[in-house]
Design a protein around this ligand. Structure first.
Ligand SMILES: NC(=O)c1ccc[n+]([C@@H]2O[C@H](COP(=O)([O-])OP(=O)(O)OC[C@H]3O[C@@H](n4cnc5c(N)ncnc54)[C@H](O)[C@@H]3O)[C@@H](O)[C@H]2O)c1
Ligand SMILES: [Fe+2]
Length: 388
């Protein structure tokens, strides 16, 4: 038995934000990050469309990257005064994730982060407000996912909240909002999308529904990512749709060890999330395909890659990712990225054990022990072939 949950409505394409003029309600609380959306006029447009719908709005500006408990608490206090019936997160993953957590604690003031991080443990939301996610980055897909990640800045503890109650009511994937992304961010976040789609496709929780979405996301990413990196406008817009498809897939099928590994090294070595995934992806496929090649073979065939045997097809898929990485100036190893060797080796045992314990490891197609995870990290550090 499986469950599949996505937003009730998704609006996509150029000027998709104009659909806000047709929603019904009274008061919207809008959560954004920096002043960027004020300066480029997006916020004014959103407020204008809400006004046409007869909805007044109040704005929270200032969600930082990797949003904090403090930011969430500030927003909740304002919401308690303002009493919105819509919450709208606009931005990359950070503002939308912050808005999701504000929504939870606005509805349940006595709830705690400690309770919230128990997977799929939230009480029913939508008692006071509904949620709209408007995404401006093509990667995290938090506008369609059941996740929110909040950090306690004082302790450094991350609170990953996962519950289908957090899946937004409405997702808006406005393709005009991503033209301002820099090529560097396009590359990192785009390889995150490819990782989401591949990990969801090979996940032990994959279903025919998530497979369809993941496979289409893989095809679209392979077709469009490098063109988007080269500033092709159509390809940039297609990547925005592809990230949404991948999001629906991984929100329901979950991920695998690429994300487990990336989660543990991101903060410590300051590796952007998508870039870390891009490095680990090829090594993880080599490892997983030793016992579970079938779905990688399906991907390779769907992409019309060369190969007569399963092994050749998996190798072609790995080579394709290596080439994409190279074409977009993404390092192939942790060493090449600049991670200090002594520091890496000192931390290796704890990196490996915490990566194995990461929730994403549970849906990886091949099981992994701490000692093998150490070897996999070593392979990704030095660029070695995975023979185990
Ligand atoms: N909820 C989920 O499913 C999920 C999944 C993965 C990661 N996350 C979380 O998402 C956060 C990262 O999100 P992110 O990568 O989208 O980055 P972000 O929201 O932190 O934004 C990164 C930077 O990009 C800028 N930016 C955003 N859109 C832009 C645009 N269109 N043009 C130019 N600049 C733009 C922002 O102003 C910011 O400076 C992390 O907190 C991570 O933990 C959430
Ligand atoms: Fe990711």
């Amino acid at each position: 038995m499986a469950r599949f949950t996505i937003p009730r409505d998704t609006y996509m394409g150029d000027d998709a934000i104009s659909n806000l003029k047709d929603i019904t309600g009274k008061k919207a609380y809008i959560v954004i990050g920096s002043n960027r959306l004020v300066k480029d006029g997006t916020l004014a447009k959103v407020e204008g469309y809400l006004k046409q719908a007869g909805i007044e709005s109040k704005v929270f500006i200032g969600v930082e990257a990797d949003p904090s408990v403090n930011t969430v608490n500030k927003g909740v206090a304002e919401m308690n005064e303002y009493n919105p019936d819509w919450i709208i997160g606009i931005g990359g993953g950070s503002p939308i994730d912050a808005a999701k957590a504000m929504w939870l604690f606005y509805e349940y003031p006595e709830f705690t982060f400690e309770e919230a991080i128990k997977p799929f443990n939230l009480p029913p939301l939508r008692q006071k407000a509904r949620f709209i996610g408007i995404t401006t980055t093509s990667g995290t897909a938090t506008e369609v996912t059941s996740f929110s990640v909040i950090t306690d800045n004082e302790t450094g503890i991350k609170y990953p909240i996962a519950d289908f109650n957090l899946t937004p009511d409405i997702a808006i994937v406005d393709t005009n909002l991503v033209l301002s992304l820099t090529p560097n961010v396009v590359a990192n976040t785009g390889l995150d999308v490819l990782t989401h789609a591949i990990e969801a496709y090979v996940s032990t929780m994959a279903t025919p529904l998530t497979d369809a979405l993941a496979m289409k996301a893989i095809e679209m990413t392979v077709e469009n990512l490098e063109k988007s990196y080269a500033e092709d406008v159509t390809a940039r817009k297609n990547m925005h749709i592809a990230q949404n498809l991948a999001g629906m897939a991984f929100s329901n099928a979950i991920l695998g060890i690429v994300h487990s590994m990336a989660h543990k090294t991101g903060d410590i070595f300051s590796i952007p999330h998508g870039l870390a995934n891009a490095i680990y992806l090829t090594y993880a496929i080599e490892y997983n395909a030793k016992t579970a090649p079938a779905k990688y073979v399906e991907i390779a065939k769907q992409l019309h890659l060369q190969g007569d045997t399963d092994q050749q097809l998996v190798t072609s898929l790995i080579d394709l990712i290596k080439n994409m990485r190279k074409d977009m100036n993404i390092p192939a190893t942790l060493k090449e990225f600049g991670v200090n060797e002594a520091e890496f080796l000192k931390r290796l045992p704890s990196l490996a054990s915490t990566a194995v314990a990461d929730p994403c490891t549970g849906t990886n197609p091949r099981t992994i022990e701490n000692s093998t995870m150490e070897k996999l990290y070593m392979a990704a550090y030095y660029g070695e072939t995975v023979k185990f």
